[in-house]
Design a protein around this ligand. Structure first.
Ligand code: FES
Length: 147
């Protein structure tokens, strides 16, 4: 079990050090800002959603802790090629896992973040990028917060 935890930590460190899909997406047709008032961290999500409703590209930028940065990085990889409905389903399953709920769903690489369920304040770090993506997909104009 501790080997698995070490592996998960290594994946989180890797995504924090080398975040995937980091930066502005100039031709984005969806954008949203998210904010965690507890720490002041913020994130911006950019997306290109095509006419068929498929998320073609996702990127992010902002200031965040290792957990929020790793969560955002892994999230971008998971969302590419998905529909809004599929994205919502992944988030629901992920949210259940990180809040300690029962779930048999396969959440793929996001499993590395499952340990945050033991640290309630870190759940907001892990879910901040997801709430923000949800706002981008649904074209909500207001910035989202974790509170
Ligand atoms: Fe701010 Fe994690 S401490 S998002």
């Amino acid at each position: 079990m501790s080997d698995l935890r070490d592996l998960y930590q290594e994946v989180i460190f890797d995504h924090n050090r080398n975040p995937r899909n980091y930066g502005v997406l100039d031709d984005a047709n969806r954008k949203a800002e998210g904010f965690n008032p507890l720490c002041g961290d913020q994130i911006t999500i950019y997306m290109i959603v095509n006419n068929a409703g498929i998320i073609e590209k996702v990127s992010f930028e902002g200031q965040g802790c290792a957990i929020s940065t790793a969560s955002a990085s892994i999230m971008t990889e998971e969302l590419i090629g998905k529909t809004a409905e599929q994205a919502e389903e992944i988030f629901d399953n992920f949210h259940t896992v990180v809040t300690g709920g029962e779930s048999d769903a396969d959440i793929g690489k996001l499993e590395v973040l499952s340990g945050v369920k033991d640290y309630p304040t870190r759940v907001k770090c892990a879910t901040l990028p997801w709430h923000t993506s949800n706002a981008a997909i649904n074209q909500l104009d207001e910035p989202v917060t974790t509170e």
